[in-house]
Design a protein around this ligand. Structure first.
Ligand SMILES: O=P(O)(O)OC[C@H]1O[C@H](OP(=O)(O)OP(=O)(O)O)[C@H](O)[C@@H]1O
Ligand SMILES: Nc1nc2[nH]cnc2c(=O)[nH]1
Length: 182
């Protein structure tokens, strides 16, 4: 139970389902990168919960870095204007990069970000997203690891916000449209 439960129309993924899927993805990454050192890049702020759980389940030498990007502001639709508000601290040249995202929706954020990172000449680059909402895609993005495919609805929890709230919900749910006036 949570004080936010009244704002949630439907729970899509429980804590248990999230935990199990994150472990499966981590096992896949561990198998795919045997003998290599990887660098996980978390795209803040939404991916911080997924990143924390994923990195602890990966059994490989691993470094972490963080980038902050924003295109949604206080709304539920991408503005199309992607802004980097915090760049990486580390050089990614010749590193094996996995970009860790909470959600891939229109693709505006990731198509922009992946181009920028590719121009820095990593040894390899893959995308790992917990959620994928393919119905809303306007820019193509190649995904290597995807947790769940979801319908076209605005979701919150497990790091995902609406107007900066709900990030601390332990599950992922669809937000009631009345909350955002939809
Ligand atoms: O595919 P898109 O339509 O671009 O949507 C995906 C992006 O939207 C969210 O970020 P947001 O801009 O809300 O910032 P946040 O991570 O700080 O919540 C999410 O974390 C992705 O980065
Ligand atoms: N919280 C949240 N952020 C998003 N960014 C892109 N799509 C979504 C979504 O469904 N929920």
């Amino acid at each position: 139970m949570s004080i936010f439960d009244n704002d949630i129309q439907e729970v899509l993924f429980s804590e248990e389902q999230l935990k199990n899927r994150v472990q499966e993805i981590a096992r896949q990454i561990t198998a795919d990168y045997q003998g290599k050192e990887i660098m996980l890049i978390s795209v803040l702020r939404g991916s911080f919960v997924f990143m924390a759980d994923l990195c602890r389940a990966i059994d490989l030498p691993c470094t972490l870095d963080f980038m902050a990007v924003s295109s949604y502001g206080k709304g539920t639709k991408s503005s199309g204007q992607v802004q980097i508000t915090k760049d990486l601290s580390e050089d990614i040249t010749d590193r094996h990069i996995i970009v860790v995202e909470d959600i891939l929706d229109s693709g505006n954020t990731l198509s922009y970000l992946l181009k920028i990172l590719e121009n820095r000449h990593p040894a390899s680059i893959r995308l790992c997203t917990l959620l994928d909402k393919p119905e809303r895609r306007v820019k193509p993005v190649q995904v290597h690891y995807s947790g769940f495919t979801i319908p076209d609805a605005f979701v919150v929890g497990y790091g995902l916000d609406y107007a900066e709230k709900y990030r601390n919900l332990p599950y992922i749910g669809i937000l009631k449209p009345r909350v955002y006036g939809g």
